[in-house]
Design a protein. Structure first.
Length: 161
């Protein structure tokens, strides 16, 4: 039987469960949320919703690797198909993206960036990279602590059997 850690700062585990370092996990979520909140504010400040920015980023990120179909974008954004269609509709009405029918199946729609969408994406992405250069080390340190804690415990546990 594994006893719970006596210190609040040490990872804890219950019988049959892996160690959990709640402090580091909470720090990780904090740093991620802080980064995302800043990115959301930046998107709104230039007149796009955060989900719209994420859609533009995914379209560009798929370029040259995969077609940015509505289905693929829904998966990448973790949205339902109809929500993704609505997001594409809003971006298309603003002239930020366009739809194209490619291949033999006319039902499949590929979404592409228009020049206005490229400009917005370039501005927001450059801010994201700049912020990651300043805030990234804290995020990376926390992630390393979390993964390091788990992997070192796993190695120690497996060596004692």
């Amino acid at each position: 039987m594994v006893k719970e850690a006596k210190s609040k700062n040490r990872p804890t585990r219950t019988r049959g469960q892996p160690l959990v370092d709640y402090r580091t996990l909470a720090d990780l979520r904090y740093h991620i949320r802080r980064f995302l909140r800043t990115r959301e504010g930046s998107a709104r400040a230039i007149g796009v919703e955060p989900q719209q920015y994420l859609m533009l980023l995914q379209i560009k990120g798929l370029e040259g690797r995969d077609r940015a179909t509505v289905g693929r974008l829904a998966e990448r954004l973790q949205l339902r198909h109809h929500s993704t269609v609505e997001l594409v509709n809003r971006l298309a009405s603003r002239g930020l993206v366009a739809r194209r029918h490619e291949g033999g199946d006319r039902r499949e729609v590929v979404v592409v960036l228009r020049p206005a969408g490229e400009r917005i994406l370039r501005l927001l992405a450059s801010h994201s990279v700049a912020e990651l250069q300043t805030e990234g080390p804290a995020l990376l340190s926390t992630l390393t602590r979390l993964i390091g804690n788990r992997s070192s415990k796993r190695v120690r546990t497996s060596n004692t059997r």
